[in-house]
Design a protein around this ligand. Sequence first.
Ligand code: 5GP
Length: 216
Amino acid sequence: MSRGGFPVVVAAPSGTGKTTVCRELVSRDAGLCFSVSHTTRRHRDGEVDGRDYHFVSQRDFQHLVDAEAFLEWAVYNGNRYGTSCQALETRLGEGLDVLLEIEVQGARQVRERRQDARLIFLLPPSSAALRARLTARGTDSAAEIDRRLEVARGELAAAPDFDYAVVNDDLQDCVSTLREILAAERSQQVRALRAACDPVEALARLHERDAATGGE
Ligand code: 5GP
């Protein structure tokens, strides 16, 4: 008999490289699929409705909220994002584990509502690395980068609510660690990994590095 799948939540401060890590992880794991969220934000060039997001109007989103159709939902940058219960259940029922790439408010709601969810927090190697990544995108002004860094500091405070914290220093190393976590969770041999990826210790190491470099 095949096992039922479980939800895997991956959250991270903006600029940590979460999307790249998640795409690489899903592409290398046939037992893992993306949850496709609903959002009220406009679609960007190259995005496809139903694949990247379900793009819906404010009114339709509110209708879904009223109908309690979302496992979780949150407002981010003025837009609303949510994970539909039905889509999640369908994929879980197929025996797939389902990756929810979401922001931290939504992750906290999943923590409260789904005991079977595994929550993973991605950390940047340092504040300086985060600033460098946000700068390299070339999309934001210096003031906007400062604002995003301030938001990121607030988001870091959520790390202790997660089961695991993994530093995204090198993409392949990070994905390998996530694959080990999933393998262990699937086989229930999680104790050693939980100790190695303890969120409180990972956060303390990040703060130590920032203190040593003055955050630069
Ligand atoms: P973007 O607009 O850049 O695609 O996403 C903005 C933020 O919303 C990202 O942190 C992304 O992970 C998060 N997000 C995407 N889908 C959901 C969702 O269904 N729920 C929540 N809470 N956040 C989401």
